[in-house]
Design a binder for this molecule. Sequence first.
Ligand code: HSE
Length: 394
Amino acid sequence: MKRNIRLGVFGFGCVGQGLYSVLNQTRGIRAEIKKICIKHPDKQRPLDASLFTTNRDEILNDPEIDVIVELISEVDAAYEIVATALKNRKAVVSANKKMIAEHFPELLRLQQQYQTPFLYEASCCASIPVLRNLEEYYDNDLLTSIEGILNGSTNYILSHIFENNKNFDEALKDAQQLGYAEADPSLDVDGYDAKYKLLIILLHAFGILLKPADIFNYGIGRIKDADIRYAREKNARIRLIARCAKSNSHVYAYVMPAFVQQADTLNKVNYEYNGLLIEGAFSEHQFFMGKGAGGNATGSAVLSDISALTYDYRYEYKKLQQQLNLAYSCNHLLEVFVSYVPGAKPPCEDFSSISAVHESVDFNYLIGTINLEKLMQSAWVNNPSVSILLTCNG
Ligand code: HSE
């Protein structure tokens, strides 16, 4: 692609403004925003009105625009924009993990059919370079597991609860005000956002293409005060963990809250930061940490993709091409801590083993091992009077 590129941007929220700001402070890249498509023309904006339009075709059909940058939150509209752009052979950069996770097969087909690049580094862990590393650096290493904190909002909430004794609602409100949370914050709180990111990582790490429903996600919304007290007594914190790993010839994946001990690397990942532990057969353990949410952090990843397009970078989906033929299976044992109100105790026969049961006037819990498949099928998992966390051995 020629060096001086013109961008057509969709969305001018937290990330759009972040991109504008980092682009204007970066000298290395010769790119300029030609037009920004917005939904609400009456909103007060810090830039000249001539830069904005409400007509998406003005951008999509402009032959002078080389790259479409999709930064809106609506999934269907975002997919329409991306698909139309790829069909018009315009390269696309997106940060929309939900849209990608829900439309991955079509997006792979469109890239192939129209031989047009689609980059989305900003969709996973914002400022941490994850996807290009998985594609290029870990091309030949045999990856065995990837686990980490992939959602900034929930980490921000949990950090405030543990560090500053803030309550959940107050911390969530702050995360929304700071632009960390999704437009629908239940996507963060219930673990969907982390799951979409994990799904994208699974394709680039292991060549496994899944649907969102294939991955178990259990969020932080059911964590009770008693669970937090229990964690403190054990000198641990609670973090929302996303994990995918090889076990024999299959790969399993899930998103769940977990007790994390003080000495654990992920214990040091606080507030809106994300952390990723990558394990390979030869490289062994590596740890990446960086801001996982926020305008500038995400804008910097978007800018990095725009820059990659200037040297004709595109994902080759190397693990898919390598035909690793790894099966995906949730047949995997987890050690969990389950707390419950009286009368909501999960059936013991669902567990492979139970190592502890505690029942008192105000706190009931059990610790046991359970198959992930069983967990995904059990009705009690959806009971709001039950709270499930991975133990430190989980
Ligand atoms: N809502 C997301 C988060 C934004 O909190 O991590 C970044 O993907």
